[in-house]
Design a protein around this ligand. Sequence first.
Ligand code: SGN
Length: 451
Amino acid sequence: MRKLLFSAVLMLVASVGIASAADRPNLLIMMTDDQRADALSCAGNPVLRTPNLDRIAGEGARFRNMFVTNALCAPSRATLLTGLYSHSHGVTDNRGRIVPQSIPMVSDLLRKAGYEVAFCGKSHQGNALRDREWDHYFGYRGQGNYLKPMVAEGTKGKDLPRDGWMDDVITDDAIAWMKQPHEKPFAMFLFFKAPHRSWTPPPRHKDLFNNVTIPLPKLWDADRNAKTQAFAKADNRIGDFADVKDFQSYVKDYYRTIVGVDDNVGKVFAALEANKQLDSTAILFTSDNGFFQGEWKAFDKRFMHEPSIRVPLLMRYPAKIKAGSLIDPMVLNVDIAPTLLDLAGLPVPESMQGRSVVPLFAGTPADWRKDWLYEYFEYPAEHNVRKHRGVRTDTHKLIHYYESPEEWELYDLSKDPDELHNLYRKPGMEALTTQLKQRIVDLRKQTNDRD
Ligand code: SGN
């Protein structure tokens, strides 16, 4: 009798174990560096072919209005990992500030809740990630090199030279780890270097697009002075830099590196399929910021204008996402950490400033955000982009360069999605301007921005 009872309990424990494992998918978070929202064939790019990235969207969802709250690498990555704005996690620029130990990263919370967590690739978080607990770590410091990269295995490991192209090297490592037997669900953070400047394509793609002419953007000749002096004086013109000397070669190299990433996403798909883990793994793909691609003859990011703040967000998890979903409400990089916790069935800490996007798979909650705060702080610095913050609604955008000389830009995105007409101080705009200025104040308060 006793024996019977014991085995019944064991079976019960096992069945609970199985049920909770099924409820807790593996998580695979892939991020590129500087990939614009339209640098994907599924987003309508006329030149670039990204079949493997498109597959995530085709078998899952593509978010058509995903934005970053600070279009710069280190701040944006810290936001993805913490669910906090730059002013809250403290990584306001690329100058080596790190997320303090007192702030948990989503990887810490997942690990505590029984996930095996792994990081492969570019963190751009100084030693912040090396000071956290990882079941597997294969990363590098700073920007890293595309060819013959130096990468460390283990948080205490030495940076060692590796053969091959950076994102091939880190993906091979990530796949080898994901393929190992795991007793617990895993969360793999696979952060690519591409398509960051200076663009060195994988040698196998060096001739891709040789016979193609990339169409110039319609805003190539747009007038910088129609915005602000802050915008006109930025040092980001194509042609002014040795490695960004002309539009065609810059965009072709940028695209070649993205095709290199796409190959690696294909390898990841094949490995998950071979391991029968594809449908039990929630896949998320995004980028740390967008990029100008010749609009106003500019490259780089940092500004609050659309090419710079819009990023891809693709998600695949058949248990929760209908294949081919297109999702339009505005979502942000502060939402990623809450989304991962939600997918893992874990509570989202009150302190996080974003919101899980999972409810959007079933429809738009009535209280979904109608506007959000943007911020940028790295000045004076490379590219000469002045500090600014602003608010973006579904239809309007107000940008404030808040240090002297103060300047403002106001756009009606419903009539002027290209942001060609700065309406600030134009007759009839007074009430709207007052309202949007107040929203900046309110959103700052809501996110504890007391600076
Ligand atoms: C490098 C680039 C800049 C870029 C910053 C920040 N110059 O310094 O063009 O804005 O990184 O990029 S380069 O000559 O070194 O390529 S970020 O992705 O790290 O934020």
